[in-house]
Write a protein that binds this ligand. Structure first.
Ligand SMILES: Nc1nc2c(ncn2[C@@H]2O[C@H](COP(=O)(O)OP(=O)(O)OP(=O)(O)O)[C@@H](O)[C@H]2O)c(=O)[nH]1
Ligand SMILES: [Mg+2]
Length: 252
């Protein structure tokens, strides 16, 4: 059993990726299930085999503790950790090859509070990987590119697991995606762009940070993909297979 945890900022395409990548793997004859860990999800583009919403009711929390939507979401995120045993039991019943885990819209509630890492590390499996989604608009300037790489790095540091960074929604942001991929594969281009920042102090800070991250492997080679057209799915699955050390090939 291999876990694929899908993280990313709000609206980056986590749920649609979960849905479409699950379908894609199933077509390759793999036994795949999806877990929804977003207690606040109103709508999901797939039917999860395991759903935290059946264990935690956000509206009940709001009523019982007189909380607003954000307070209830925070409490619900913390409560996820108490459901580890229940989730594990349900996974064991299914015994799938792959488990795709969709995580809460508000990434910070999952990644930066205790329960996210607790669940991620607590679940038993042969391998685990984090896939982190960003859409091209989020990286559309050199400063944004740098800050999204910082965000991805902070998630990687938080979970300490094999990590992939995907560039989502490229079907609707072709030009932006091309630019971002150029930056990824020609690191000097970003430096040149950062040099154009008029404020000298910022330039030194940004380029210093950028060079350090590049040297230490924190500027990721993004994998461009679209959950609508499935462009890039073979690359994503090959990269995931590589990360599952000793794991079998996923792509059929
Ligand atoms: N064109 C296109 N739209 C996409 C793609 N992926 C997601 N979307 C759309 O982007 C919107 C957000 O996608 P979701 O999958 O709900 O994103 P999410 O990260 O789960 O969102 P939250 O859980 O609310 O944070 C939806 O309208 C999706 O249909 C893609 O690859 N291409
Ligand atoms: Mg979602």
């Amino acid at each position: 059993m291999f876990y694929i945890f899908v993280l990313g900022t709000a609206g980056s395409g986590k749920s649609l990726f979960t849905s479409m990548f699950k379908q894609w793997l199933q077509e390759k004859e793999w036994n795949v299930i999806a877990i929804n860990l977003d207690p606040g999800a109103e709508y999901l583009p797939y039917t999860p085999e395991i759903d935290v919403r059946t264990m935690i009711d956000i509206h009940e929390l709001m009523d019982r503790y007189e909380l607003g939507p954000n307070g209830a979401l925070i409490l619900a995120s913390d409560l996820i950790s108490t459901k580890l045993g229940e989730i594990q039991e349900q996974v064991e019943e299914e015994r799938p090859d792959y488990i795709i885990v969709d995580t809460p819209g508000q990434m910070e509630l999952f990644a930066y509070r205790k329960s996210g890492p607790f669940i991620v590390h607590g679940l038993r499996g042969e391998g685990k990987v984090i896939v982190f989604l960003s859409d091209p608009w989020m990286l559309n300037t050199p400063e944004n590119f740098l800050s999204v790489m910082l965000l991805a790095s902070s998630v990687r540091v938080r979970f300490k697991l094999p990590f992939l960074h995907l560039l989502s929604k490229i079907d609707v942001a072709k030009e932006e995606a091309k630019k971002v991929m150029k930056w990824c594969y020609n690191p000097r281009l970003i430096e040149e762009e950062l040099m154009r920042i008029p404020d000298g102090e910022n330039y030194l800070m940004y380029t210093g940070l950028y060079r350090y991250m590049l040297k230490k492997g924190f500027i990721y080679k993004l994998i461009p993909m679209s959950s609508v057209t499935r462009y890039g799915f073979p690359d994503v699955s090959a990269a995931i297979s590589n990360l599952f050390k000793g794991g079998e090939e996923m792509a059929g």
